[in-house]
Design a binder for this molecule. Structure first.
Ligand SMILES: Cc1ncc(COP(=O)(O)O)c(C=O)c1O
Length: 411
């Protein structure tokens, strides 16, 4: 389609449609007469075929939980194969509600609090935020600017990986904001260093379809015919290509089966398992035990902070107080009887089998395989029951908000 025809068919006014980019200018910058380059979405409608499919879906009228149909995998796999020669497999695929959310789960899957994660700056700022919010150490290697053309400093990358015992690299390809479409050679050099230094890599390839000129995008997944795949997780989404960010869908492509298992556990575990485990073991105590305090510090604190920020509480003063409280001592934090009552009620509401399994898993710390053997049921049944239990517990406990309430009571 010619450019003019495309613009005529797809360009759309986004002001006054609750667009973050346009209608959020005032609250973000205090002015409205600005060119909003702060959000990477476009002034174009989604492709006609996507719009039709969405209209059909809306006309159907029910929005209960859905499966991912085979046609979705087929469409995505064909796209990746035809354009970039990447062969993907259904069992590699996981889904998220956004690349940044997926990065957070991956950080928790692949590292523990305090471990070092590298980014190459300048880079999309949520990379740094998601590392720091998860209580990991941020290590920066600067890209080198040759008159506007940025390159990686391999020596610096390797040196800093060694010095800081870096465990993970979050890499942007193509790169936002420097606009580089990395060459195969550049990607291979970087992956070879990561391989030597035992540093895992998350490749954020969300911008892979948005390339000016005849530069060729190469996915990290296909470097050296997939040699580095086991060390690599690729994330992308249809949101940038088709202007669909508010539909909240992202892909997490994990070729390595061990990482997949860890990721599944992490995703299901969520806050609920940790909370449940600690609270259950301290049932009856009014004052929080030391282990719970430590736990509050590492895990809950960051999620509370995210929740506070995501709820966009604009009261700066209040935010500062909450942050100060979260980052200082936990001495004032009291988990009272009400939490234990809610916990017990949430547990009682689970179906019998589900409760039995979750108690073995969370309280006794048994692995799915051990539970399956003990109860003489299939491991997949354990897995689905555990996920079901977490879902039900989460709905009942709404733990983050409960905790915020408690933390705020301290003021
Ligand atoms: C490199 C990069 N990753 C991720 C995102 C955001 O993705 P999501 O909305 O799926 O979290 C952006 C958006 O600008 C981006 O530039």
């Amino acid at each position: 389609m010619e450019k003019e025809e495309f613009i005529k068919k797809y360009a759309v006014e986004r002001r006054n449609t609750n667009s973050s980019k346009w209608d959020g200018l005032e609250s973000q910058f205090g002015e409205t007469d600005l060119l909003p380059l702060w959000v990477a979405d476009t002034e174009f409608k989604v492709p006609e075929a996507a719009r039709k499919a969405l209209v059909e879906r809306v006309e159907h009228g029910a929005f209960g939980y859905s499966l991912v149909p085979d046609s979705y995998y087929e469409a995505y796999f064909n796209w990746q194969k035809e354009r970039y020669g990447i062969e993907l497999h259904k069992d590699w695929m996981r889904f998220g509600t956004g690349v940044v959310q997926s990065l957070s789960t991956l950080i928790e899957t692949l590292t523990v609090p305090g471990e070092a994660i590298m980014v190459l700056q300048p880079v999309y700022y949520p990379f740094m935020r998601v590392i720091e919010n998860n209580n990991r150490k941020l290590v920066i290697s600067e890209l080198v600017n040759h008159d506007g053309h940025y390159e990686m400093d391999y020596e610096d990358i390797q040196k800093k990986m060694q010095e800081n015992n870096v465990k993970l690299l979050i890499f942007c390809s193509p790169h936002n904001p420097v606009g580089r479409v990395w060459s195969e050679d550049e990607l291979e050099k970087l992956l070879a260093i990561c391989h030597d230094e035992k540093v895992r890599v998350i490749a954020d390839e969300i911008h892979h379809d948005l390339i000016i000129g005849d530069k060729k995008f190469t996915s990290m997944l296909s470097i050296k015919d997939g040699f580095y795949r086991d060390n690599l997780v690729m994330v992308d989404a249809p949101s940038k290509t088709f202007n669909m960010a508010s539909l909240l869908n992202s892909h997490v492509v994990i070729p390595n089966p061990q990482i997949r298992d860890l990721y599944d556990e992490e995703e299901a575990r969520d806050l609920v398992q940790d909370l449940f485990f600690h609270l259950w073991n301290h049932a009856g105590t009014l004052q929080v035990a030391t282990s719970v305090k430590a736990y509050l510090f590492t895990s809950v604190r960051n999620r509370c902070l995210n929740a506070i920020r995501d709820r966009k509480i604009r009261d700066e003063h209040n935010n500062k107080l909450i942050e100060a409280q979260l980052f200082s001592g936990t001495e004032d934090v009291v988990i009272d009887e009400d939490v234990h009552r809610r916990l017990q009620e949430a547990l009682d509401a689970l179906p019998d089998k589900c409760r039995e399994i979750i108690l073995l898993k969370v309280v006794e710390g048994k692995k799915n395989k051990e539970i399956a053997e003990q109860l003489n049921i299939a491991e997949t049944t354990v897995k689905t029951q555990v996920q079901r239990a977490y879902r039900m517990l989460r709905e009942r406990l709404v733990p983050i908000f409960l905790l915020i309430e408690y933390l705020q009571q301290g003021f």
